[in-house]
Each structure stands twice: as structure tokens, then as C-alpha cells.
Design a protein around this ligand. Structure first.
Ligand code: GLC
Length: 432
């Protein structure tokens, strides 16, 4: 089997599920600014130690997180088991820099895995390839390391990088063997010469797939996922960040490839006490429908605080998204590219025997669909299943566009329905 067809097989559930929860949580949740704080402010291991010594998330209850994710309609989750600061939320035999040695005193990844699995949510683990705590990771001459250019670190230039590579491989093996079947490994990230085989990526991926042949891996180790002949470590899905690619993602031959954009709910990945710039539920739903209409997934981020609570505002938004998903999820799960250009009223997704028109604001009596490549055999309002007429309006002849086909759907006044947008299900026959 080619790399592409293996990828297609492995990512089948993933491309069906479409919506996941990203969780950025760690020591940096205490200063509550940015998970890059150490790098930005050039904080030494010694000065960062106070967060390790006082990490005590008394309210950490991942069952609550998992219930919330489920309620929001999310089908998979990805947790930062180790971010760039090198702190491990899991109990690793390779380091003392882990949650078990903080006041938390236990393996927090295990509780996450158990709780999310119990809710039927697929398990993703984020693992930073960068490590600002490990002594064999380059510091002085590195682009991002907090101690870059610092004379006291003149000799930390990654001379024994092979020792870090063993550490990284060892920890990935732990993550993939100690917690049952892991569904996604989310590596972050490559830059300059720190890419591909620098991580011994081929060996790493082979080891990971030996443990679990179904494991889905992101594309941030290096390589080029869009290539006609991608490397084994080029990943199973593209991972744009804070943006939705204009035309979805394809390989060099124009063949769509799986992708997922990760987007923050406010403007930060980790908990930031001052950032109240939240997206609305309506924004989130619109982004999700845009992703699905372009054949992609949305990984929506939350940043729990130092005590282990997901911020109230995030909970409120996710619950509202969930209400919409309960009524309209059929237009998301198992859906993808419709093969019709975007219309003025909004995005269109396609399921097995239906097109789904996501309409946010249209208040007129009819919506028009131009150049539908399928035979339209009926229409329903998705939220309650009511029939919507697809008969041409009486005055249609004045409004046809020469050379184009137009299908009309008579719609109820949307303004009175769901203010987060409504979905018209257009029943279709595949051949026209
Ligand atoms: C970036 C940032 C990181 C964040 C990630 C999420 O790579 O380095 O802080 O975890 O994006 O995609």
C-alpha cells in the first residue's frame, strides 16, 4: 500500500469526526500569560522552578473536561503531555521533571486518558519536540531556547543531542505503551535544522507504528505532507494554526489530504488571566462549518487554569456550541467537500445522500443554489426535520441566469430560528 492509501485508511475515523478539543495545560498555567513565557522572558530553569514546586491543581477533574468536550460535540481530544518547557504531566522513568514530583503528586495524563476514554472520546497526546529543560537540547545557539546567547550556557550547544533523541524516543514509547491505545500523536514542531532526521523521525515513526499501526501522527516533525512522495514522518494530516486555508489542503497533484486547523478560543493557548477576547459560539460554528466544507477538522483549544478549571467563559461557549451540534451535528460528522463553490448564504457540506446548507442570516423566503451537480429530490430543515418546498417560486423565470441551473428552497424566517445559524438538508441523488 502507498503512504497515501495507508494514510487514508488510518484517518477514516478522524475525517469523519471533524471536531476535537485541544488542551494546553502545564506549569505555565501558573504565571498565566503564555506557554512561551520562558523563551520570551528568558527565564532560567532556576527561576522557573517555583512553578514546579507549587504546581497543585486541586480542582483537576478531567471527567469534567471530558463531559464538557462530549457535550460540545467534540469527538477527540489532544492534551499537552509535555510542552516546550519540558515539564511532563505524565510519570516518565526518564526524568524527575514530572507531575508526580510536584505537589500534584500523580500521573495527570493517566487520569486524562481514563476520563476521556470513558466518555468515548478518542485520545490524542501532544508532545513537544523542543525541550528547554533537557541539558542535551541546544541552548546557547538555539533560536528559541530561553538561554539563547547567554554566555553562562556557552557550552550547551547540543553536542550530545543523541542523548536527547534517546530521551524523546523513550518518552514517546512510554506514552504509547503505558496508557492503552493512543489514537493521535501530536508532535510540535520543527524549525531550521531541527527537523526530520534530526529527531531520527523515521526510526521514531517506525517504532510508534510497531506499537500501534493505527496511530495518527501530525505533520510537524518535518518533511512535506503535500509531496507526491512524502517521507514516512511527513504525517497523516496537515496542521495549519490560527487560520483556515483558503482552499482546504491538497497535495501537489491537487488531491485533498486530511487536515486540521487548531484555533484558540480566546487569543492564547494556555490560560491567560487577562485575555477575555473570546470567540462567540457563532464564530466557532462558522469556523467548524468552513473547515468541514473544505474537507478539514477543527481542533478548538481551551486553557485550564493552574487549579485545573476550564475558564467559565470557555465552558459557556462550548455548551452553546453543543446545543447547536445536537440539532445540526449531522451536517458535520461524516461530511466534507460539497463540490460546489461557496454561496452567498454560507458554507455547504456534503454527507452521503445530502448537501447541508449552513445559513446564518438569510431572512428571505427562498435560498437559491446555483449549479448543483446533483439531482435535488427534496429538502428538510435539519433541526426539526420539517419539509421545505423545493418548488420553483412563481416568478422564477425572471430570475434564472442563462447557462446556470438554479434550485430553490423555500425557507422559514431564519431570524426566528437558531441565532447561531440553521441548516437546510438538501436531499440529493448522486447522478444527475
Ligand atoms: C505553536 C506554539 C505552541 C502551541 C502550538 C499549537 O507551535 O509553539 O505554543 O502549542 O502552536 O499548535
Amino acid at each position: 500500500m502507498s503512504i497515501q492509501s495507508e494514510r487514508a485508511k488510518r484517518t477514516e475515523w478522524y475525517c469523519h469526526d471533524r471536531f476535537g478539543m485541544f488542551i494546553h495545560w502545564g506549569l505555565y498555567s501558573i504565571p498565566a500569560e503564555n506557554e512561551w513565557l520562558r523563551s520570551h522572558k528568558r527565564i532560567s530553569n532556576k527561576d522557573y522552578q517555583k512553578y514546579f514546586d507549587s504546581f497543585d491543581p486541586v480542582n483537576y477533574d478531567p471527567k469534567k473536561w471530558a463531559k464538557l468536550a462530549k457535550e460540545a460535540g467534540m469527538k477527540y481530544a489532544v492534551l499537552t503531555t509535555k510542552h516546550h518547557d519540558g515539564f511532563c504531566l505524565f510519570d516518565s522513568q526518564y526524568t524527575d521533571y514530572k507531575a508526580t514530583n510536584t505537589p500534584a503528586g500523580r500521573d495527570l495524563v493517566r487520569e486524562y486518558v481514563d476520563a476521556f476514554r470513558a466518555e468515548g472520546i478518542k485520545i490524542g497526546l501532544y508532545y513537544s519536540l523542543l525541550d528547554w529543560h533537557h541539558p542535551d537540547y541546544p541552548a546557547y545557539n538555539d533560536l528559541h531556547h530561553p538561554m539563547r546567547g547567554n554566555e553562562a550556557y556557552k557550552h550547551q550547544t547540543g553536542e550530545h543531542f543523541e542523548r536527547y533523541v534517546e530521551y524523546l524516543h523513550g518518552q514517546v514509547r512510554e506514552l504509547l505503551t503505558n496508557y492503552g491505545k493512543i489514537d493521535i500523536m501530536w508532535f510540535d514542531f520543527h524549525y531550521q535544522e531541527m527537523t526530520g532526521e534530526k529527531w531520527e523521525a523515521t526510526r521514531l515513526v517506525k517504532m510508534a507504528r510497531e506499537i500501534n499501526p493505527d496511530l495518527i501522527i501530525d505533520n510537524r516533525m518535518g518533511g512535506d505532507i503535500t509531496s507526491a512522495e512524502p517521507e514516512i514522518y511527513s504525517g497523516d494530516f496537515g496542521s495549519p494554526e490560527q487560520m483556515i486555508p483558503a482552499g482546504g489542503m491538497t497535495d501537489v497533484n491537487g488531491v485533498p489530504i486530511p487536515w486540521e486547523t487548531c484555533i484558540t478560543l480566546n487569543d492564547h493557548w494556555c490560560y491567560n488571566a487577562n485575555d477575555l477576547n473570546y470567540k462567540s459560539a457563532r464564530n466557532v460554528i462558522n469556523m467548524l462549518m468552513e473547515c468541514v466544507s473544505k474537507g478539514g477538522n477543527l481542533l478548538l483549544n481551551v486553557g485550564p487554569d493552574a487549579r485545573g478549571n476550564i475558564p467559565e467563559k470557555s465552558i459557556e461557549i462550548l455548551k452553546e456550541v453543543g446545543e447547536w451540534m445536537r440539532l445540526n451535528g449531522e451536517s458535520v460528522y461524516g461530511c466534507g467537500i460539497a463540490g460546489i463553490p461557496k454561496h452567498d448564504f454560507g458554507r455547504i457540506t456534503k454527507g452521503k445522500d445530502a448537501l447541508y446548507l449552513y445559513i446564518q442570516d438569510c431572512c428571505s423566503e427562498h435560498v437559491a443554489i446555483y449549479d448543483c451537480p446533483y439531482e435535488v429530490v427534496g429538502a428538510r430543515l435539519l433541526c426539526d426535520g420539517r419539509e421545505l418546498s423545493t418548488d420553483d417560486p412563481w416568478n422564477v423565470t425572471s430570475y434564472t441566469v442563462p447557462g446556470h441551473t438554479v434550485n430553490f428552497v423555500r425557507t422559514p424566517p431564519f431570524a426566528k430560528l437558531n441565532s447561531n445559524g440553521n441548516v437546510v438538508k438538501l436531499l440529493i441523488k448522486q447522478s444527475k
